[in-house]
Design a protein around this ligand. Sequence first.
Ligand code: UT7
Length: 336
Amino acid sequence: MTSSALKPVQLVSVATAVPDCVLSNDELGQVVDTSDEWIFPRTGIRERRILPPDRSLVDLATAAGREAIARAQLDPMDIDIVILATSTASERFGSAGAIQGVLGAKRAVAFDLTAACTGFVFAVATAAQFLQTGCYRRALVIAADVLSRTVDWSDRRTCVLFGDGAGAVVLEAGQTAGLLGMELRSDGTGCDLLTLRNEAEPHQLTDSIQVGQYRNQFIAMNGREVYKFAVREVPEVLEKTLFHSGLEAKEVDGFFLHQANQRILDAIAARMDVPVERFASVMDRFGNTSAASIPLALADWVERGELTVGQLAVAAGFGAGLTWGAIAFRWGRLDD
Ligand code: UT7
């Protein structure tokens, strides 16, 4: 298929779901040797949300997905494909199927996609391929993570950073181009910098055969190196995405970057010579919610009227893998 035959794709709605429970920096100071004075200036994080043990990632993701479908003025039966971007599925065979079932999106094929904090960008890019080729008409992309279940709560270097949340967007094939361009990258040589591993422990099955049995490890991160990677690579991927989209940074109304650290956003904005006020920031309230952080930031701007239908946006994720990537889009349903 030539590119001229590709159908335009629009991002028509966004919604989020976060747990009610708030964990502040001061409260974390009772758990590990830390303080708001250390955390806030270095990260921009004041508090994060924590999912209670009796609620699941599927509950959170389904709530975000249901609301995104309603805001798109659609019915779950209108959805052709559900992609769940997550690194913290409770079901390792994939949680997208459970979400599809609860939503009643019976016509939709559903699967998980794992790309850490770049998951939302990779999932939107993946869903768009199905719509652009005409294979499907409408996609629900949900990005949800519950990193509170994966951190070592005695490790102050990591446990202060992460929080729980979910965000969802509906993508639709239309007449006018919403999605304008993308650039997706991976570098597996950096895979040890940020990990959430299952390690195989040996188990003697018979006299002659040993099998490995998975044991979950906590999140581990080389913060300094990941920081350097983000500040080095993200401006380049943003510039390439803008180039593919025929845009210049100064035309973009809102930048929606992965919410890992306010200092990273400040440094990237400075490198791109864009006022940092055009970079959405919600990490003070939610911390780093991995895949969910971009739709949380996007929804914040859309709900406050900071990004309106037809305005230009760029979203960029970066994180474990290493993975990073960006998409440029004109927001909203553009054919009405
Ligand atoms: O989501 C995926 C992408 N992730 C990221 O992009 C994260 C990128 N990295 C970062 O944002 C930063 O590296 C961090 C915020 C994680 C850490 O900031 P840093 O300035 O690189 O701190 P550091 O790890 O080098 O630690 C500096 C000092 C150490 O003390 P010493 O060894 O110098 O005495 C740490 O032990 O700060 C200490 N420290 C803390 N102190 C109080 C580390 N964490 C804490 C803490 N409270 N929570």
